[in-house]
Write a protein that binds this ligand. Structure first.
Ligand code: IMP
Ligand code: MG
Length: 422
C-alpha cells in the first residue's frame, strides 16, 4: 500500500460522506460550465438572471438523474440484490434507502432558500447537498405515510454541546406539534446516566412543556421516552415521578438480541477500551481523566475549560476503534466509540439499538411489533462513518443530518409545514 493511498483513502475516508461527495462532484461540472464568474462585470440584470436559470435547470436535471438511480437501488433492495445496483457500484458505501428521495423537488425548495444557482464563485457545497438530502428525506417520508417515530440526538442537535434544553428553546414547540399529530418521540442520546434527575437537568424545558401543554391529550403526553447511553438506559415520561421521568428496568424492554450482552462480555469490552484510552492518554500526553461507568468508558478534560486538540480526539477514536475491532470482546458485542466534541467515549451498544428499542417500545401493537424504518426519522449531528454515533441509526430508519440546534428547528419547521398541508 503506498503512502499516498493510505493518506488519501484509508485515513481520510472516515471524514467524508461518499454519497454527498459524489453528488458534489456531479454538480461541479455544470457549475464550471455554466456559472459565469465574469458576470460580476455584467450590468444587465436580465443576463444575470438567465445565467442563474440555466444553472438551476442543469442542477435540477442532475438531481433528478440521481433520484432515478436511487429508485433503481430501492428496486434492487426489494429483490435483495442491492449489491448489484448501479448506485452501489458508483458509491460503494451507500446503505439502505427506506424511502424514495425526491431530490429534484428538494433542490428547488433549497435553491429558493440558499440561492445555490445564483452563485458564481462558490459551487454547490457539502452543506448545500446535506440540506437537500434532509429536505428530500422528509418529503419522501411524508409522501408515503405518517411519521410514526421521531428520535433526536441531544448535544448539538437539540441544544449546544454540553448545554441543556431550556424552556425558551424554539425546538420545544416544534416537538410538541409533532406529538400533537401522534408522532412518538425518543431522545436517543449518548449521555449515559441511570438517574432520572440527570436527564431532567438536560431536558427540563421539553419535559415541563409536555406536562403543561394544553394541546396534548393524556395519551399523547405518554409518547415520549429518553434512551440514554445510546441503548442502555430507558425512561418514560411520567407526570407523577419527581423528575417527570420513570426509569424502566432493563428486563422490561431489552430486545432478545441483547440478551447475549452478558455482564462478563461488557466488562471485557470496557476493560479493553479503558486500556486503549490509557494508552492514547500517555502517547498523546492528553491532560484528561478516564471515567469508567457501568456501560461506558470515556476520557474527558482534567480541568474544566480545557479543549483537546481536534486531531488528538480523532486519533484517540481511531486507535480505540481499531483496537476494539480486533479484540475478542469487540467482536462479541456491539459498541460505539465516538468523538463527542471535547471527549471520547466508548459505549456498549449503539444508536441503531437505541432507535430499535424505541421502535419496539412504541410499536408493540403494530404489525410485526415494531414501528417500521420508513416511518421513523432520527435527527442527529454525527454521521461520519467512524467516530460518530448517530451514523449507526442509519441501519434502522431514515435520518436527517443537521449541523446545529437551529438547523433542527428549521428542519422541524419544514416537517410541520408538510404535515399541516396534508
Ligand atoms: P449526544 O450528542 O446526546 O449523543 O451526547 C454525547 C455527549 O454526552 C458526549 O460527548 C459526552 O460529553 C456526554 N456523555 C456523558 N455520559 C456519557 C456516556 O456514558 N457515554 C457517552 N457520552 C456521554
Ligand atoms: Mg450530538
Amino acid at each position: 500500500m503506498t503512502t499516498r493511498y493510505r493518506v488519501e483513502y484509508a485515513l481520510k475516508t472516515h471524514r467524508r460522506d461518499q454519497l454527498i461527495e459524489w453528488i458534489k462532484g456531479l454538480l461541479a461540472v455544470p457549475f464550471v460550465l455554466h456559472s459565469q464568474p465574469t458576470g460580476v462585470f455584467e450590468t444587465r440584470t436580465s443576463t444575470v438572471a438567465q445565467q442563474a436559470e440555466e444553472a438551476h435547470r442543469r442542477y435540477a436535471e442532475i438531481l433528478k438523474d440521481v433520484e432515478i438511480m436511487i429508485d433503481d437501488h430501492i428496486e434492487h433492495q426489494k429483490s435483495k440484490q442491492e449489491a448489484q445496483s448501479k448506485l452501489k457500484l458508483l458509491v460503494p458505501s451507500v446503505g439502505t434507502f427506506f424511502t424514495k428521495l425526491p431530490l429534484e423537488q428538494a433542490f428547488k425548495e433549497q435553491d429558493m432558500r440558499r440561492f445555490i444557482s445564483s452563485r458564481r464563485f462558490v459551487p454547490p457545497s457539502f452543506n448545500d447537498i446535506r440540506l437537500i438530502l434532509n429536505t428530500a428525506q422528509i418529503m419522501g417520508l411524508l409522501a408515503s405515510g405518517p411519521l410514526d417515530l421521531a428520535t433526536f440526538d441531544g448535544d448539538v442537535t437539540l441544544y449546544d454541546d454540553g448545554q441543556s434544553l431550556e424552556p425558551t428553546n424554539p425546538v420545544v414547540s416544534k416537538i410538541i406539534y409533532l406529538m400533537s399529530k401522534n408522532t412518538k418521540i425518543g431522545i436517543v442520546t449518548a449521555a449515559g446516566y441511570d438517574e432520572a434527575e440527570r436527564y431532567y437537568g438536560r431536558l427540563h424545558g421539553l419535559l415541563e412543556a409536555v406536562k403543561n401543554s394544553d394541546v396534548l391529550s393524556e395519551g399523547q403526553r405518554k409518547n415520549l421516552v429518553v434512551m440514554g447511553g445510546e441503548s442502555n438506559f430507558l425512561f418514560e415520561y411520567d407526570p407523577s415521578s419527581p423528575w417527570l421521568l420513570r426509569y424502566l428496568s432493563r428486563r422490561t424492554w431489552i430486545l432478545p438480541e441483547m440478551l447475549r450482552w452478558t455482564e462478563q462480555a461488557i466488562k471485557e469490552l470496557l476493560d479493553s477500551a479503558e486500556w486503549a484510552l490509557e494508552e492514547c492518554k500517555t502517547n498523546l500526553k492528553l491532560p484528561g481523566k478516564i471515567i469508567r461507568k457501568t456501560r461506558a468508558v470515556g476520557i474527558v478534560p482534567e480541568v474544566a475549560g480545557y479543549r483537546f486538540p481536534r486531531e488528538s480526539l480523532e486519533e484517540t477514536v481511531l486507535v480505540v476503534q481499531k483496537k476494539l475491532e480486533m479484540s475478542a470482546a469487540g467482536k462479541s458485542i456491539p459498541f460505539c466509540a465516538f468523538n463527542g466534541g471535547n471527549d471520547v467515549f466508548v459505549d456498549i451498544g449503539d444508536k441503531s439499538w437505541g432507535v430499535l428499542v424505541c421502535q419496539r417500545y412504541f410499536g408493540a401493537n403494530e404489525e410485526g411489533g415494531s414501528i417500521r424504518g420508513d416511518r421513523t426519522l432520527h435527527v442527529g449531528d454525527q454521521f461520519l462513518s467512524t467516530g460518530s454515533n448517530d451514523f449507526k441509526a442509519r441501519v434502522v430508519g431514515t435520518t436527517a443530518w443537521i449541523a446545529s440546534p437551529s438547523e433542527t428547528v428549521e428542519l422541524l419547521g419544514e416537517l410541520s409545514t408538510l404535515i399541516s398541508s396534508k
